[in-house]
Write a protein that binds this ligand. Structure first.
Ligand code: SF4
Ligand code: SF4
Length: 392
């Protein structure tokens, strides 16, 4: 039986004639979209977001989180902001550095009104094993424990580009973002971690963290036995000099499908709600230590209880925009036109400026595959790709 389209509520970033501040506008959007119908009384409410990698300035401001936190508290809930540690060795690879950076980026109980809990603990190993109902790639997702301990789950997502998944929105923030280090490795990598021999100092700390006895030291350098390694990623967190890394070598289409399955594990069986802010749409995600000029103008704020339809609506909203002059998107489109023009064999070919592919995320990250997240999420029953847009 065909399901009816999911409702997506949205609003632009204009403050219009009444000068309504954006936080108030967001609050109005959320209440219109049904946020007030969530039963939050005495519930732990996880608000999943991304605090931004060091050097990145495209991440969402704490002010947006405060709107959600206030609403949760008014409804008697107990909110906390959360994210899990990264697989790569940046400034969010353990809870201490992660918290330092979140504070540096302005997230604190003073600015948001609630505490931050790093979902997978000090070193990314505090995880809950969660079955994926209908999973094709993942039978048991490894999710940050604090995320799973919450009664209600809310995602507050910065909608932008991503090198592998094309765009990063609700599904990416939920699926990849809530994975523990082992979970992220399961999504990103088809192999076991590797050791940079020239960086390894032979301290043997990694072996103490390895529960599988997979690490030996044949030349006083760590060596991982691929037959024994179970891909838990604990050695990556343990290494004091970042000599161990995970290859990001899974096919992009499969990464997208795995993200959908992890997102399903996070959301199944509890109330959830999702907000995408389509602003500062950088070509790459907030894990990058630099944020490029946005590829399109700020579009607006979108909210729904269906994360799949929400992402689908936001992709379409971005693709409907004209490229920002001087952005990577405008640059790539110009290169394409010049390439077409150079190869033109007749006048008709040389006049193809209107023949641009209307797929902005594919243009800026040409090897990415964004449709896989959506189609697989729909296939496993996480949500709908048909939607009805309702402007607030
Ligand atoms: S990923 Fe886990 S099992 Fe594999 S070597 Fe590292 S700690 Fe050991
Ligand atoms: S913890 Fe890092 S530096 Fe120490 S032995 Fe293992 S890989 Fe080498």
């Amino acid at each position: 039986m065909e399901s009816s389209p999911s409702k997506i509520f949205w609003t632009t970033m204009r403050i219009a004639d009444n000068n309504e501040p954006i936080p108030k506008k967001l609050r109005r959007l959320l209440l219109t979209a049904g946020f007030g119908e969530l039963d939050l009384e005495r519930k732990f409410v996880a608000i999943k977001m991304h605090f931004g990698e060091g050097g990145n300035l495209a991440y969402l401001r704490p002010n947006y989180a405060k709107v959600l936190v206030d609403l949760v508290k008014e409804a008697g809930g107990r909110p906390f902001l959360t994210d899990c540690n990264t697989l790569y060795p940046g400034r969010r690879k353990n809870a201490l550095e992660h918290l330092d950076l979140a504070y540096e980026h302005g997230f604190s109980p003073f600015s948001t009104g609630c505490q931050i809990l790093i979902g997978d603990g000090l070193s990314g190993s505090d995880e809950a094993l969660v079955p994926v109902v209908g999973g094709e790639y993942i039978k048991e997702a490894k999710i940050g424990r604090a995320v799973m301990d919450a009664d209600v789950f809310i995602s507050l997502n910065h909608f932008k580009g991503h090198i592998e998944t094309g765009f990063g929105g609700a599904l990416k923030n939920i699926g990849m973002g809530c994975g523990s280090r082992a979970g992220k490795m399961e999504m990103h990598s088809a192999t076991h971690p590797k050791v940079k021999e020239d960086v390894c100092i032979g301290c043997r700390k990694c072996a103490r963290f390895c529960g599988s006895d997979a690490i030996s030291y044949p030349r006083r350098k760590a060596q991982i036995d691929p037959q024994t390694c179970v891909g838990c990623g604990h050695c990556i967190a343990a290494c004091p000099v970042d000599a161990i890394y995970s290859a990001f070598d899974e096919e992009n289409e499969i990464v997208g499908a795995k993200i959908a399955e992890y997102a399903k594990a996070v959301l199944d069986g509890r109330p959830h709600f999702h907000v995408n802010l389509v602003i500062d749409v950088s070509p790459l995600c907030d894990c990058f230590g630099a944020s490029d000029l946005p590829i399109v103008p700020n579009v607006g704020m979108f909210a729904s209880s269906d994360p799949v339809a929400l992402d689908a609506a936001c992709v379409a909203a971005v693709n409907a925009q004209r490229p920002n002059e001087g952005s990577l998107l405008a640059e790539r489109l110009r290169e394409r036109r010049e390439h077409v023009s150079d190869n033109a064999t007749d006048a008709a070919d040389s006049d193809r400026s209107g023949d641009e592919p209307n797929d902005h995320f594919k243009v800026v990250n040409e090897h990415s595959n964004w449709i896989a997240q959506l189609t697989h999420a729909k296939k496993i029953g996480l949500g709908n790709t048909d939607y009805e847009l309702i402007e607030v």
